[in-house]
Design a protein around this ligand. Structure first.
Ligand code: HEC
Length: 147
């Protein structure tokens, strides 16, 4: 009659370990994935502005929405000690947390403004895209070390 007891033990063990699996196991990989999405969206925007891809208002909106989504999530993946190694996150992220937070908040605000503008022309898109992508450069200058 030891079977039921074994089963119970196994269930308890799974329940105990489940929260560990639910957490992002590799925060550096998570933030890289988010930034890669940013890179793809920025590339698509650049191609539309250069005329390599026809301007499409729905695509323009999707680019800003995707970047806004990244802006809201990115800050969740910087636990202490997750820098170094292959990560391109500069020590400044942890040394100047308030400034990093402010840079992210600005990116979030500018992407929200770009979405609210509901651009319908390439010219209007270019203006919003310029304001949004200025954030990439200013944040990377301080908080990213290119490897
Ligand atoms: C508030 C700060 C911030 C903003 C804004 C920001 N980035 Fe980044 N970005 C980072 C940091 C920090 C890293 C390094 C992440 C790591 O390797 O841990 C990074 C890394 C990247 C990478 C490399 C990802 C990889 O594969 O390692 C790309 C591409 C990138 N950013 C593109 C962009 C683009 C495009 C924008 C603007 C649309 C942007 N970023 C806006 C902070 C920012």
């Amino acid at each position: 009659m030891s079977m039921p007891k074994l089963v119970v033990t196994a269930v308890v063990a799974v329940a105990l370990f489940a929260p560990a699996f639910a957490q992002p196991g590799n925060p550096a990989a998570m933030r890289e994935k988010l930034m890669e999405q940013n890179g793809k969206d920025a590339k698509m925007g650049g191609q539309m502005l250069k005329g390599e891809v026809p301007f499409d208002a729905a695509k323009a909106q999707a680019i800003f929405a995707s970047m806004h989504d990244v802006a809201g999530k990115f800050g969740n993946y910087f636990p202490a000690g997750s820098g170094g190694g292959n990560s391109e996150a500069a020590p400044a992220v942890w040394e100047k947390p308030a400034e990093f937070k402010a840079a992210l908040a600005k990116f979030e605000k500018d992407t929200a403004a770009a979405m609210a503008a509901k651009v319908t022309t390439k010219e209007a898109f270019g203006q919003q895209f310029g304001a949004v992508t200025a954030n990439c450069k200013s944040c990377h200058e301080v908080f990213r070390i290119k490897k």
